[in-house]
Design a protein around this ligand. Sequence first.
Ligand code: ATP
Ligand code: MG
Length: 395
Amino acid sequence: MFTAFLIKYAEIGIKGKNRHLFEEALAQQIKYALKRCEGEFKVTRTQGRIYVDALSEFDYEETVAELKTVFGISGICPVVYAEDEGFEKLAKRVVSYMDEVYPDKNITFKVQARRARKNYPMNSMEINSELGGAILDAFPEIKVDVHNPDVLLNVEIREKIYIYSIEIPGPGGMPVGSNGKAMLLLSGGIDSPVAGYMVAKRGVKIDAVYFHAPPYTSDRAKQKVVDLARLVSRYTGPIYLHVINFTDIQLYIYEKCPHDELTIIMRRYMMKIAEKIAKDTECLGLITGESIGQVASQTIQSLAVTNEVCTLPVFRPLIGFDKMEIVDISEKINTYETSILPYEDCCTIFVAKHPVTKPNLNVIKRHEKNLEEKIDELVQTALDTDEVIVVNWEK
Ligand code: ATP
Ligand code: MG
């Protein structure tokens, strides 16, 4: 029965001139999400609102599900249109709307009319009371409650007349593309896909980098990361996933540095390489799935030592989250099942029995001197052989 959706957005973010950019980005993301749905749609922006009109048959459930993935949307209101063919017809249409949408009439309601077109022959107060009266006449059980109604029935008089009363919550946040771009360090674990989702929710476009160490990590482990990127791209739009061959760097560190410092030194090189790619691709920050104290390389001391190689800001949206809280989000965004597949990631292969938990920057730097001979060349080769996979959500 619904033929359109009114899209509500709450947070304009930075106001003023940016409002226009925000709305443009939101309309863009809505179009991207709708491309995945059956049917044809038109997205219009008018007077601080966005409408999605169905131009053909469409699948209501599917369309709502896709709209729920668009950051920036606070509410999705399914709308019924009525032509302006006089008040009698409108009253009939409104009564039949109530009948269809609320089979159980043991409810309270209130009509809220708005005239976007002032030449309509009745004012809002008159429309409210006349339509309210028509509904009361039609359904004896129904009651009016002007303060706290179960159903707030909106009737907007525009070129056509818009009727709606349902608001389905959207994901909130800000539209992707309204707040620049950042580079996500994406592993096959639970945390980093969630970290990418959370930063994207604030309007940031996402690229990703994965450090692959064949043959120590398998093709399946790489495929798992591609699959995770695809799941995340449902919310973020297309992701450019950089796959960096990290094997020689890892082996070289393994050969030249104390094994209890292996992870931390490796993490420093990951950050360095990620930052290099980020700067080459107009990313304004890095994103990781780190959380304080979760593992040895995520103590505050370790984070400080890792952070030291970067000049770009490093966003760690999960920094204060417990594992269970992260798992909850990963289930909600549907990455959990894929994240827990058992394929090894490149950190787990070389882990020391007793990794340092309080690394000292000077000591680490001293040991990194052992790498001087070949490391620059190895990093350069890794960058030169960057494999870029464009990942896009499909069902
Ligand atoms: P995750 O669940 O995201 O894998 P984790 O708990 O396993 O995190 P670590 O392995 O210490 O933690 O990694 C910390 C962060 O470093 C990850 O969240 C991710 O952002 C990044 N990272 C780790 N390994 C890789 C990798 N192979 N490629 C890209 N990024 C990685
Ligand atoms: Mg991991």
